[in-house]
Design a protein around this ligand. Structure first.
Ligand code: 5AD
Ligand code: SF4
Length: 479
């Protein structure tokens, strides 16, 4: 509870998830791979690209690592806890390797980039280490490792976006999918390891994004979430202008991309994550207002409510700037859901700074937040410049206060929806009761309601009146 709240960004329930064998796959595979994914949605999305590259090499997926020829861990470095989990897992796989020496073990993702040589040489835990921009070289690295050599490629790229690789959707519900629109990050928030593990920001070809989304829709998907560390700075310039004239100079901004995806079909919902308070434009808000199928939900990480701390975090906005962005969202999109990321106990944070975070949460009336205590990461600006000087007990107490306030705000937000009617996209059976459907409204709230005797199915849009709620869920009935 302390470190991580459930989220679509860092979904606690999905950490360590492994892929099922490809569905309805006519191919026969001679080799099997097993992949576990950790961290943010971007990482889960990358695992689908890796699966696609491996399928091309004759590898089929398995959920049973004991029968795998290749075991991969797609890892996360964002907080220390994420790294510890992966290290524990690696020692378990090491035991398996003793019994089956031919099994290859590989580390992908953000830890690969951060720990490269250490994983290979000092700890001798793994055979292959591949960073987030080097997945295309995986087949060659597997061959090398098969030949008994340690294989490593953690080079970061300024260009790689995997634009041409169709991800294999393995653990999907067939209704909602994530589409990566950019990679890396240029923001240099002082607490964050991402610029070091994922490199410079680059935007993916807009037309390949639209093509992927259209194909998803044609295959029955009803919702796409456009993913990037900072979607508002998406900016794609075609290399051959005459081929793809879209804007005045053929360049595509995030607002334009949103519109292009929204126009695929009114029945395809569009979401996006993550927005940066310094970059989200009125253009984006107006585009959201213009299209019913662009969901009215913005994940707008605050991190801290104190201007002084925000400055140390290198967030490039003030408390007042953030409040003005919230006002603008409420003005242009009165029914928009807003969620946040908050860090408790960043270097030098005083009790007053903490109170400012709490008061800004109340001002923004977040529907939901992902809440963390500060975890110092090696190599980051904060680690080099500031002392991690807030004692653990203080961090945890402040985080607890943040969590309690958020629980109250979530309940208040849900209570306001009782009596309202929402268009809901059915995603699956409710976890608790297979007589109920679970879906989401445009604001990203989970809505649960009895199936009744109507023949609905996942992927259908239905209208649901909210009768009651908990802090996490709206409970309703079909109308
Ligand atoms: N310590 C705690 N939380 C962090 N985050 C990123 N880096 C750290 C860190 N070093 C949080 C931020 C970010 C989210 C994805 O993770 O809130 O928005
Ligand atoms: Fe995602 Fe950041 Fe974790 Fe890498 S370190 S997996 S980018 S959250």
């Amino acid at each position: 509870m302390f470190d991580l709240a459930t989220s679509k960004v860092h979904d606690e329930a999905r950490q360590g998830e492994a892929y099922a064998p490809f569905e309805n796959d006519p191919n026969v595979y001679t080799k099997r791979f097993y992949i576990e994914s950790y961290g943010c949605q971007m990482n889960f999305s990358d695992s689908e690209i890796v699966a696609s590259i491996l399928a091309g090499e004759g590898f089929g997926a398995t959920r049973n690592y004991e029968e795998a020829d290749l075991i991969l861990l797609n890892t996360c470095s964002i907080r220390e806890k994420a790294e510890q989990t992966v290290r524990k897992r690696l020692t378990e796989f090491k035991k398996l390797k003793k019994q089956r020496p031919s099994t290859l073990i590989g580390v992908l993702g953000c830890m690969a980039e951060r720990l490269k040589a250490k994983l290979l040489e000092e700890e001798k835990l793994v055979d292959i280490v591949v960073g987030p921009d080097a997945y295309r070289t995986l087949p060659g690295l597997i061959q090398e490792a098969d030949g008994g050599h340690k294989a490593v490629n953690v080079l970061l790229s300024r260009e790689e976006t995997y634009a041409d690789i169709s991800p294999v959707r393995l653990n999907s519900n067939g209704i909602t999918a994530f589409v990566s629109i950019m990679r890396g990050c240029n923001n240099m928030c002082s607490f964050c390891v991402v610029p070091f593990t994922r490199g410079r920001e680059r935007s993916r070809d807009a037309h390949s994004i639209v093509k992927e989304c259209r194909e998803l829709f044609e295959n029955g998907y009803k919702e796409v979430t456009l993913l990037g560390q900072n979607v508002d700075s998406y900016y794609w310039i075609p290399s051959n202008d005459s081929d793809h004239k879209t804007g005045s100079e053929g360049a595509v901004s995030f607002a334009m991309l949103l519109e292009m995806v929204a126009l695929i079909s009114p029945d395809l919902r569009v979401r996006f994550s993550t927005s940066h308070p310094k970059d989200i434009t009125d253009d984006v808000l107006h585009t959201m207002a213009k299209y019913e199928n662009i969901c009215k939900y913005i994940h707008l990480p605050l991190q801290s409510g104190s201007t002084r701390v925000l400055q140390l975090m290198n967030r490039s906005y003030t408390r007042e700037w953030y409040m003005a962005r919230v006002d603008r969202i409420r003005e242009i999109l009165p029914d928009c859901g807003i969620s946040s990321d908050i860090i408790a106990g960043f270097c030098t944070e005083t009790e007053e700074d903490h109170q400012e975070t709490l008061s800004l949460m109340s001002y923004a009336k977040y529907d939901m937040s992902y809440m963390f205590f500060y975890s110092e990461r090696p190599g980051t600006l904060a680690q080099r410049r500031y002392k991690d000087d807030i004692p653990d007990e203080v961090k945890k107490r402040r985080l607890q206060e943040i969590v309690e306030l958020q629980n109250k705000l979530s309940l208040e937000s849900n209570l306001k929806d009782v009596g309202k009617t929402f268009k809901v996209l059915i995603e699956s059976d409710s976890k608790r009761n297979d007589q109920d459907w679970m879906g989401r409204n445009s604001q990203n709230k989970v809505v649960v309601f009895p199936k009744g005797n109507k023949a609905h199915k996942p992927g259908d849009y239905v209208w649901v009146r909210v009768k009651e709620c908990t802090q996490a869920t709206l409970l309703g009935e079909l109308i």
